[in-house]
Design a protein around this ligand. Structure first.
Ligand code: ADP
Ligand code: MG
Length: 266
């Protein structure tokens, strides 16, 4: 339901939504002996099944912390995350997670990296093989199936990571600055590819970035964060028709508005 801003949601309206995410009054204080850091304070929003939501904000505003809490990798100090109505208590295979660094296994081939998560499912060998083939095709890496990560470019490595995260067919795709380490041209190509994958699979996507133009390219809605403490400044609907062109005035207006929101708060 792009374009409809429900604003911060604290309720259970998405309780039955199979891939709905509710971030409910989440707070996080890092307190490891020194001065405690309030990385997140009272962060609430909801993501609907099939929606593409970007979280954007300056470095240090708590984006990675929020990503890790949603993924079940870090515990919140306050509040909770619910996916399909159930509180997140640890990592699950219902989420495909793509990190800022590629996190590929260097000793496995592209094909083996993509199939890694499938090994732990109850699919037959033939099914797993078919699924890996589909994923390699989806990200255009079929001819590199026997290559090792070290021989791939950054953009290709991140495609492998995306294929791996999609292989187990998670309801939710969770990404933390996945294109941060690639050059601008490759980045725009990967954005287009990700949008194609999202559109063709109907996945719910939650994508963290500090790049405002990237967020406006991808998102139905943008959760704009401010820092110290990390919190929501505003949630912006991106009412720009797809495919989006950077030269489109509406695109530029959204970029300016989000930049303004980030700059306007300390
Ligand atoms: P972002 O991803 O937006 O750059 P982070 O979530 O990485 O922000 O960090 C938010 C704040 O929490 C920063 O002030 C950072 O220094 C602090 N922080 C992040 N991780 C830790 C940690 N493990 N221990 C202590 N402080 C941390
Ligand atoms: Mg980060």
């Amino acid at each position: 339901m792009a374009g409809v801003n429900r604003g911060p949601a604290s309720g259970d309206e998405l309780g039955d939504d199979p891939a709905g995410v509710v971030v409910d009054a989440v707070g996080k204080t890092y307190d490891d002996g020194g001065t405690p850091v309030r990385a997140l304070d009272d962060v609430s929003f909801a993501v609907e099944s099939g929606e593409f939501v970007c979280v954007v904000g300056p470095s240090g505003c708590g984006k990675t912390t929020l990503f890790r809490i949603i993924a079940g990798l870090t515990e919140a100090t306050d509040g909770e995350i619910r996916v399909a109505g159930s509180p997140v208590t640890g990592p699950t295979t219902d989420m495909g997670v793509v990190f800022q660094e590629y996190h590929l296994f260097p000793w496995l081939t592209v094909e083996e990296n993509v199939g890694f998560g499938l090994e732990r499912t109850d699919r037959s060998a033939a099914e797993r093989e078919r699924r890996v083939d589909e994923m390699l095709d989806l990200v255009g890496l079929t001819e590199f199936r026997d290559s090792y990560p070290k021989s791939l470019s950054g953009g290709m490595k991140q495609r492998v990571a995306i294929a791996r995260s999609l292989a187990v067919d998670p309801e939710l795709l969770l990404m933390d600055e996945p294109f941060g380490a690639v050059d601008a041209q490759t980045r725009e190509m990967l954005q287009r590819e990700l949008l194609d994958v999202w559109a063709s699979t109907g996945k719910t996507a939650l994508f963290v970035t500090h790049d405002v133009a990237e967020a406006v390219t991808l998102a139905d809605r943008i959760v704009v964060m401010a820092s110290e403490p990390g919190r929501i400044a505003e949630i912006v609907d991106v009412d720009v028709s797809r495919p989006r062109e950077r030269g489109d005035p509406a695109f530029g207006e959204h970029v300016a508005r989000v930049r303004d929101l980030i700059g306007a708060r300390p």
